[in-house]
Design a protein around this ligand. Structure first.
Ligand code: HEC
Length: 212
């Protein structure tokens, strides 16, 4: 039995590491402040090309985004409209020969998850021919939006890393907005089971003391 468990464990850890080589690790933050910062950067820098089709503009208010900011982002679209990009598919096809993918589930869709998205955003560099390239997705059609390849200033690079971290925290929240609720529920369930165990133990003692 023990040996089986060990084998399963080893298999899982091998799986967990496959394909993640070369990615930088990001600490996904679950604080409201980080998610808000990420949402703000996303709406400012990514929303022009990317959709979040499983989110509505109104959802942004659920974690405390300012009403007038949400109004600015949605323009003439309704609060319950899904978050759509500001670029038509035709225009995107003309510019990139590709429609930028929806990012609602992106932190789950790619192997490496949040680490992948983080490393991709920070993976841009200028190659020896002076062209912009990307370590993580060499043939990507997306330009270097955060601008990491255009600076060597340490403070600026640190700010860009922080921005990428916040965006990934926001996108992780978007991919699973109920995760925190589930975690909280998990603690309640554990506490409940513990109380129940103690009660059953006491009941058992009582019954047995009568039988003895
Ligand atoms: C100017 C338009 C544009 C902007 C702005 C933009 N993207 Fe993209 N993005 C693209 C295009 C085009 C692709 C498709 C790339 C490809 O498949 O070659 C893409 C692809 C992606 C992918 C998927 C990569 C993959 O593995 O398929 C992610 C993740 C992503 N973008 C994140 C972001 C984030 C986060 C931002 C904001 C910081 C952003 N993008 C801003 C155009 C844009």
């Amino acid at each position: 039995m023990k040996r089986h468990l060990l084998a399963i464990f080893v298999l899982f850890s091998i799986q967990a590491h496959a394909g993640e080589e070369g990615l930088s690790h990001v600490q996904v933050q679950t604080s409201l402040a980080a998610i808000q910062r990420g949402a703000e950067t996303f709406m400012g820098q990514c929303h022009s090309c990317h959709t979040l089709k499983y989110m509505h503009y109104g959802d942004l208010k659920h974690f405390g985004m300012d009403q007038h900011k949400v109004d600015e982002w949605r323009g003439d679209q309704a609060l319950d409209a899904v978050i759509s990009s500001q670029m038509s598919d035709e225009a995107a096809l003309q510019s990139f020969a590709k429609v930028p993918p929806d990012l609602s589930l992106m932190t789950k869709a790619r192997e490496g998850g949040p680490d992948y998205v983080y490393s991709y955003l920070l993976g841009y560099y200028t190659d020896k021919d002076g062209m912009t390239a990307n370590h993580v997705f060499p043939a990507t059609k997306m330009p270097d939006i955060l601008g990491g390849s255009m600076t060597s200033d340490a403070a600026q690079l640190e700010a860009i890393r922080k921005q990428a971290g916040d965006i990934v925290s926001f996108l992780t929240w978007v991919a699973d907005p109920h995760e925190q609720e589930r975690q909280r529920l998990g603690y309640y369930v554990l506490a409940y089971l513990m109380v129940l165990t103690v009660l059953l133990y006491l009941v058992k003692n009582r019954i047995w003391s009568r039988l003895k």
